[in-house]
Write a protein of this length. Structure first.
Length: 255
């Protein structure tokens, strides 16, 4: 006898229910305010005032300014019973800004500070000083600008260079000028980082006790090595410290 099997597919119905895709909810961005104001008062006729204005979020610019005042008009009773003027004040005005480019950022700021004190810690047993004699005033003007890289990957040369100028004076006709130029460079080579720091400073000063100018040049090449569980940075710092009448050379290993 001969038997034959005829396969027959049994239909199975399956209805697919669509699944809604998951939605990514972004974190809310905090609200920024463009102005800031703070005021206060306290004992010993102390006054405080602060105010600032900033730009809001921008992909191209960032900037603003800030001002501050803190003062106290009081007298302090010394051990000998004399009440000496001890008033002081701190004032500051600060301007700052940044310009964002595709691979770099240009930045700059300027600051003015005025500080006033009265040197009341004086022995008044033999000499009585009036308020003008213990009055001290210091003015400082600072300007700074520079350019830094902001590459997203490590295949490019990273840099940060800036130049700073500062002028300082007091009410005794003493003053000093400071120019400071710095450059920092580094680049990845495989797993190592090779870089260097270069700095040049020049200080011109004029006071009753010192009129000696000073220039400082610093070069610091370095390499950074790393492994799975260790990291080390090796370098050499070379400095030239020059004065109006002498020059010194310094070499320091850095680890």
């Amino acid at each position: 006898m001969t038997y034959s099997i005829y396969p027959k597919q049994i239909p199975v119905n399956f209805d697919v229910i669509p699944i809604q895709p998951a939605k990514m909810v972004s974190e809310p961005i905090s609200k920024l305010y463009s102005t800031y104001i703070k005021a206060g008062a306290g004992n010993y006729n102390t006054l405080l005032g602060e105010a600032g204005v900033n730009m809001l979020r921008s992909k191209n610019y960032s900037g603003g300014f800030f001002i501050k005042h803190l003062s106290s008009a009081c007298k302090i009773k010394l051990a000998n019973g004399i009440k000496s003027p001890a008033s002081y004040s701190d004032n500051k005005v600060d301007l700052f800004g940044k310009k964002f480019y595709e691979h770099s950022t240009l930045f700059g700021d300027a600051t003015y500070e005025r500080n006033v004190v009265h040197n009341y810690g004086t022995n008044f047993s033999d000499t009585i000083f009036d308020k003008k004699q213990i009055f001290r005033q210091y003015n400082t003007v600072t300007g700074n600008t520079g350019l830094s890289s902001n590459y997203l990957d490590s295949a490019h040369l990273n840099y940060n260079t800036s130049i700073k100028y500062q002028y300082f004076e007091d009410n005794f006709k003493s003053y000093q000028n400071l120019i400071n130029i710095t450059t920092d460079l580094n680049k990845y080579y495989d797993s190592e980082v090779i870089g260097g720091n270069i700095g040049v400073s020049w200080l011109n000063k004029n006071s009753l006790i010192d009129t000696n100018n000073n220039a400082l040049v610093k070069i610091n090449p370095w390499v950074k090595l790393s492994g799975a569980q260790w990291r080390v940075k090796l370098g050499l710092s070379m400095e030239v410290d020059a004065y109006s009448d002498s020059v010194f050379y310094h070499y320091y290993p850095t680890v």
